[in-house]
Design a protein around this ligand. Structure first.
Ligand code: T5A
Length: 211
């Protein structure tokens, strides 16, 4: 594909403020005259949203780690083909709530799947497409879970143990160190006002470099 728009992803543990700040970023970009496609993973198309339902619902049958990994990438393949790639080709910017860094962190860090295997699937499903900018919202697990719990019943991932989430957080931070040019850490323990002021600074820099 010939990519013209920019691909921005939001990442982090449970309840750290990705969805809240997605709308803030959308508004900021639209005020700069940029057309924005807002989407999420797993999900973003009718079929991928069905896969999301299967992945997030608490199931009576145990979902194996390999099944979980393959369903994430199956949803992603559909999402890329039908939503993300067409939007980028049109020249829109894509704002996506989670992407493949989540797979490295949850299925890799959390479940312990070999990251070489994840890298192979990433290449197979995405070819050369990678995010241009990733905002990693970071906060201690307990804080994010407190915020997530306020919303009601916990989903299949949110019902995992503390160790799982600590491993997920560490994997995210490790990726931020490895890809420091692309992944920018946002301190999600701050007030929403301060979080959004940090995001605005990052976006001002990005847009002034490009527009
Ligand atoms: N997954 C996903 C994988 O395992 N592998 C993958 O490859 C992918 C793509 C998806 C699940 O799938 C897994 C990871 C996930 O477990 P999800 O719904 O996308 O699930 O992810 P969640 O993290 O569960 O989404 P949440 O909606 O819980 O978290 P958000 O979006 O980070 O948080 P948000 O914005 O809803 O905020 C939560 C609450 O906190 C408040 C908000 O108002 C809201 O009430 N809040 C703040 N309060 C005070 N100060 C701040 N700074 C605040 N920021 C937000």
């Amino acid at each position: 594909m010939r990519k013209k728009g920019l691909f921005i992803t939001l990442e982090g543990g449970e309840g750290v403020g990705k969805t809240t700040n997605l709308l803030f970023i959308k508004k900021f970009l639209e005020e700069k005259g940029i057309a924005v496609e807002v989407t999420r993973e797993p999900g973003g198309t009718v079929l991928a949203e069905k896969l999301r339902g299967l992945l997030l619902e608490n199931q009576t049958e145990l979902i194996s780690e390999k099944t979980e990994l393959l369903l994430m990438f199956a949803a992603r393949a559909q999402h890329l083909k039908n939503v993300i790639e067409p939007a980028l080709e049109r020249g829109d910017w894509v704002l996506c709530d989670r992407f493949t860094d989540a797979t490295y962190s949850y299925q890799g860090g959390g479940r312990g799947i070999d990251t070489n295997l994840i890298a192979w699937l990433e290449q197979f499903v995405q070819d050369e497409l990678r995010p241009d900018l990733t905002l990693l919202f970071d906060a201690p697990i307990e804080l994010g879970m407190q915020r997530a719990k306020k919303r009601g019943a916990l989903d299949r991932f949110e019902s995992e143990k503390l160790d799982f989430f600590n491993n997920v957080r560490e994997a995210y931070l490790q990726r931020a160190r490895q890809y420091s040019e692309r992944i920018k850490i946002v301190d999600a323990t701050q007030s929403l006002e301060n979080v959004q002021s940090d995001i605005q600074k990052l976006l001002e820099k990005l847009t002034s470099d490009l527009l």
